[in-house]
Write a new protein. Structure first.
Length: 306
């Protein structure tokens, strides 16, 4: 089983935008776009990413948010069209929202309108009260549990919060007997572990409570985005297990910081539960993604029942 993880593509389109759409926090985002983001995040890199993923025999693709920049309707429509470049369809492509997709309150229903089918919970896993999150998608031995941490925040802030209700339900899902023997991947936008999780302005407000859920219920892997960096941390799992927590760079960045250059990661999970990783980065000379880490075999704490 092979999983591809990318994040934070920040696909840009201002088609149909009106002045009144920008008379709010979006104005700050537009200034950011004009000063550097539009020059550093490029559509052709996303197109190269999709081509490369399609060539890697990937079973499931996971994107951990920030599809857009300022959550305009035109951006969501443009991004949804570009996600059609992947050959995997809604059944094998899971996308969760990031803070930029909830830049203002209007972005939340727009995300659901354009990307709802890419995070839809499987039949039999729906919540009785109709709540959308967490989402649960089971694909053979793979279970993807999607969380939203994204809420409209004040100007100059980009923190996230999972919330009490979602945390309770996430623990119920992770401990559900129906997932026994599966490879449980938790997808979340904000980093829930490591040095960036506690940051006041752009961290995860309830990262400690999330850690408690993982310690009690476990998971095999936690994936996130948000910081546009290759981040690796661990959380304690049940019975002394260690649960890897991995962040990834933006999928479209070609700016001056080499550490942030566009990358994505592939996880190959063997029948015995052994997992290997490969980091693939954008090469400007060939305009393609190429492997940067080969044979990085690691035991990622997969349940022995696998």
């Amino acid at each position: 089983m092979r999983i591809a993880h990318f994040s934070d593509p920040h696909l840009l389109s201002i088609d149909g935008a009106r002045l009144r759409d920008l008379l709010n926090k979006r104005w700050l985002g537009v200034v950011n776009l004009l000063t550097h983001r539009a020059r550093e995040h490029k559509l052709h890199v996303f197109e190269a990413l999709a081509r490369d993923v399609n060539e890697q025999s990937i079973d499931h693709v996971i994107c951990t948010g920030d599809i857009t920049n300022v959550a305009l309707r035109g951006e969501f429509a443009f991004a949804r069209d570009k996600f059609e470049l992947f050959d995997h369809g809604a059944d094998r492509l899971t996308v969760i929202p990031g803070n930029h997709d909830a830049y203002v309150a209007a972005g939340i229903p727009l995300y659901e309108e354009f990307f709802g089918d890419l995070c839809a919970t499987d039949p039999g896993w729906e919540w009785p009260d109709g709540a959308a999150w967490p989402t649960v998608r089971v694909r053979g031995r793979l279970a993807v549990i999607g969380l939203t941490t994204s809420h409209p925040t004040p100007w100059f802030q980009a923190w996230g919060r999972i919330g009490d209700e979602q945390l309770v339900r996430a623990e119920q899902v992770l401990a559900d007997e129906r997932l026994a023997g599966t490879y449980r991947v938790v997808a979340v936008h904000h980093p829930p572990a490591g040095p960036y999780a506690p940051k006041k302005r752009h961290g995860l407000r309830d990262y400690e409570r999330f850690a408690e859920v993982i310690e009690r219920a476990g998971a095999e892997l936690v994936l996130h985005g948000h910081e546009h960096r290759d981040l690796r941390a661990e959380l304690a799992g049940p019975a002394g297990a260690r649960v890897p927590v991995h962040g990834i760079q933006s999928a479209t960045y070609v700016g001056p910081r080499e550490s942030h250059r566009a990358r994505y990661r592939i996880y190959s999970i063997g029948a015995d539960g052994e997992t290997t990783m490969e980091l693939r980065g954008f090469d400007s000379s060939s305009q393609t993604f190429r492997p940067e880490e080969q044979g990085l075999a690691r035991d990622l704490g997969v349940a022995a029942s696998l």
